[in-house]
Design a protein around this ligand. Structure first.
Ligand code: AMP
Ligand code: ZN
Ligand code: ZN
Length: 458
């Protein structure tokens, strides 16, 4: 055997054998269509949602977290924590310790302080050596625990869906590929607020989202990612129809001088002025049959919405479809969310497709806190402590898919490959040493006869 083969073969074995036994790193794309209620797919023709459902999994009722607003629920999807534990307790917040305000409508949201009571999945993923990509997902353009996603976009609602997905595909295909992508889209929430979820105009918006999903599927197929990627399509909350005759006005019961309004309808956070706590509470607690008012410490445990300094001393929540304004002149939205998270109207869509998921599988219910451990399991990364449970959602996974096994299996297959590689190297080394020894024996014999020759001649 030529000696260069003896040198190259062992190196090839060490490189190739582990690769043969190692799974490709699982990949995941998480998509949120803001305010896509669980039953919207039945309101319009949605062939692309049907395509995913037929080839993947569909969970009918996802119980999201209280309060059913955008920022708290997106941070729950990213962390597996209830709002009182992740700290994004509302779209509008006030921290009385530091006298800071958070509002979706200003730059306060870029202050890391608000986000650092938790570690979102993109931060844990990067801390474990992987790369993440995000297109407008709430929180992904904020530095959290010293980190941005490996690739991200600064929030700009006018950037098209197509641009967002094309960027993510580029990052999934780049040399230093991401293993998780997070994609956010503002509809059907915006239209739902304007016209109400039951308005016929919603059909057009839902059909448009379905065609966006179609674009996503076609692009993933064209780029060769469709059968490799796990795709989860979900949302933060649903939407309820609000009627003109269901408005409760705070001005009818309390003087504006007595309190600061921190968060708005339909879940109202009230900070009474100094010394006014009891007066404000008494004025509101029995004020209206469709409004429930709590002192912070009385908020029912099942809301998981009490143990955080950002939750205000008085908290009011109105019944489904009602609005709670200071005054009717403030104007109201025909559709809204934020209400009790046990209401079906507040529940989001959940469908998923990919190598990790079962095919054509239907599940009645799940909790949105379970998505984080599910995603960590699919990616093979270690989850941080959370309020979810992987065991409640394991049935969604295809048990024959290697990526749905635990990370230990991945390292086991790598070790198996490496052992095979080492055995092959050892065999070649033995052959190599044998060959060298034989050829040395041969070369040693020749000079002996040459040396003895003159002596013989002499
Ligand atoms: P909501 O009031 O709960 O319905 O919030 C939905 C709105 O939040 C969207 O229509 C967007 O305008 C806004 N939004 C979503 N993501 C972000 C973000 N990352 N930064 C600022 N605003 C956002
Ligand atoms: Zn939302
Ligand atoms: Zn909304």
């Amino acid at each position: 055997m030529p000696s260069y083969i003896c040198h190259i073969l062992p190196i090839l074995c060490v490189l190739v054998f582990p690769a043969l036994f190692t799974q490709e790193q699982p990949k995941l794309l998480l998509v949120s269509f803001d305010g896509f209620r669980w039953d919207y797919i039945y309101k319009a023709k949605t062939p692309n949602f049907s395509y995913i459902i037929q080839n993947g999994v569909h969970v009918k009722q996802v119980t999201n977290i209280f309060i059913t607003k955008t920022f708290p629920n997106h941070y729950t999807l990213s962390t597996g924590l209830y709002a009182e534990n992740h700290g994004i307790v509302a779209n509008e917040m006030y921290d009385s310790v530091l006298n800071k305000t958070f509002s979706m409508n200003n730059l306060e949201i870029y202050d890391s302080f608000w986000w650092e009571e938790a570690y979102p999945i993109w931060v844990s993923n990067q801390m474990q050596g992987y790369k993440s990509g995000a297109a407008m997902w709430p929180g992904t353009d904020v530095k959290i625990h010293g980190m941005f996603p490996s690739h991200y976009m600064t929030y700009n609602g006018s950037v098209s869906f197509e641009y967002r997905i094309n960027q993510l595909i580029k990052w999934f295909k780049s040399e230093q590929a991401i293993n998780i992508g997070l994609l956010y889209w503002e509809e059907p929430d915006e239209t739902g607020h304007m016209v109400g979820p039951d308005d016929p105009k919603m059909k057009k918006v839902i059909a448009d989202i379905d065609s966006k999903l179609g674009y996503l599927i076609v692009q993933l197929k064209t780029e060769g990612l469709w059968d490799k990627l796990n795709v989860i399509i979900t949302s933060d909350h649903g939407m309820a129809e609000v009627l003109q005759d269901r408005i409760i006005e705070l001005d009818q019961y309390i003087d504006r001088e007595m309190y600061t309004l921190v968060d708005h309808t339909p879940v109202v956070a009230i900070l009474p002025k100094e010394g006014k706590m009891e007066e404000v509470y008494k004025a509101l607690v029995h004020a209206h049959p469709n409004m429930t008012v709590y002192k912070k410490e009385e908020i029912p445990d099942h809301f998981h919405y009490k143990h955080n300094s950002r939750i205000q001393p008085i908290f009011a929540v109105v019944d489904n479809g009602w609005a709670l304004l200071q005054n009717k002149s403030d104007g109201f939205l025909l559709g809204n969310h934020g209400y009790d998270n046990t209401l079906q109207d507040m529940h989001p869509i959940f469908v998923a497709y990919g190598p990790a998921f079962k095919k054509n599988y239907f599940k009645e219910t799940m909790e949105s806190v379970d998505l984080y451990p599910l995603m960590c399991h699919i990616l093979g990364i270690s989850p941080l402590p959370n309020n979810g449970s992987i065991n409640r959602v394991l049935d969604l996974l295809d048990s024959t898919d290697p990526s749905s096994q635990t990370k230990a299996t991945d390292s086991y297959s790598w070790v198996l490959g490496a052992v095979f590689g080492i055995v092959i190297v050892a065999v070649f080394l033995v052959i190599f040493i044998k060959q060298v020894t034989l050829s040395q024996l041969h070369t040693v014999q020749v000079p002996q006869s040459e040396m003895t020759q003159p002596l013989l001649e002499g």
